[in-house]
Ligand binder design. Structure first.
Ligand code: COA
Length: 247
């Protein structure tokens, strides 16, 4: 599995985004690794819960801007759609998934974290959606943002003008649990162990029940991806992509 590794602690599996030199940016290879890791773990009866964290300085810096700045715009749109489909699949799997956010969760990394069933964050972690400042609408995940914080706060976060920290993320309901003294990973592990000890079938039923309430998310992601593709033709977006290609 490229850029992803799995570690097992009794009945909890830790899936680590492992591309620290790119701040765990979601490129197609890392994404394929994530999809494969979750597919494998969903079939393992011994795994009762999954913790998702990031190697190095932070959780995830969002979409791979280098890949997103490539000439093949159809490929970028497809990647957006696959990222959206993957994060929407997390609530659909029967095992609970807990995000452990240290350092930063930005752009698609924020969307990935908030799509998990529980979100643990360190107080200092940096949260935000930089997409608008780059010239485009966030291409997936906005309906999950609305589910967590409500429409008005979601719109403010989507403007991305004011990044915020983990303490604020918990205060507005974007994240669920502050890690405090322990690391986000250790805090997430202790919550995962509690969930893994519950009857797996009933835990899965809770997830299934609530997943039925998010049926609109796919339609909204398809719409967001279309708007993203139009925004990506704007002068500001073209400047962003040119700068990234030249890096
Ligand atoms: N896509 C691709 N590469 C990325 C990346 C991303 N989203 N985020 C960081 N990187 C790369 C940098 O280009 C840099 O590469 P280099 O060493 O070849 O120059 C490397 O990762 C380290 O990044 P750097 O900015 O030096 O790390 P930092 O620890 O000082 O800051 C972040 C970390 C996450 C705060 C900062 O990298 C950042 O703001 N990234 C962009 C986030 C973003 O805009 N995401 C939305 C994408 S739509």
């Amino acid at each position: 599995m490229h850029y992803v590794h799995i570690d097992r602690r009794e009945s909890v599996a830790i899936v680590t985004l492992d591309r620290p030199e790119r701040r765990n940016a979601l490129g197609s290879e890392l994404l394929s690794g994530l999809i494969a890791a979750f597919a494998q773990l969903s079939t393992e009866a011994a795994v009762g819960a999954i913790v998702l964290d990031g190697a190095g300085k932070g959780f995830c810096a969002g979409a791979d801007l280098k890949e997103f700045s490539g000439d093949d715009r159809d490929a970028v749109s497809r990647l957006n759609l696959v990222m959206g489909a993957f994060v929407r699949s997390i609530p659909l799997m029967s095992k609970p998934v807990i995000a452990a956010v240290d350092g930063f969760a930005l752009g698609g990394g924020l969307m990935l974290a908030i799509s998990c069933d529980l979100v643990v964050t360190s107080p200092q972690a940096r949260w935000g959606l930089p997409e608008v400042s780059l010239g485009w609408l966030p291409g997936f995940g906005l309906s999950t943002l609305v589910d967590r914080v409500g429409l008005v706060k979601a719109r403010r976060i989507a403007f991305g003008a004011e990044p915020f920290n983990g303490t604020e993320a918990v205060a507005i309901g974007l994240a669920d649990i502050l890690s405090g003294e322990q690391s986000a990973l250790d805090t997430a592990l202790s919550h995962a162990q509690k969930l893994a000890a519950l009857p797996a079938r009933a835990v899965g039923s809770v997830k299934h029940y609530f997943s039925l309430m998010t049926r609109n998310a796919e339609t909204m992601d398809v719409f967001a991806n279309r708007v993203y593709a139009q925004d990506a033709e704007s002068p500001e977006a073209l400047d962003t992509m040119r700068a990234r290609r030249e890096k």
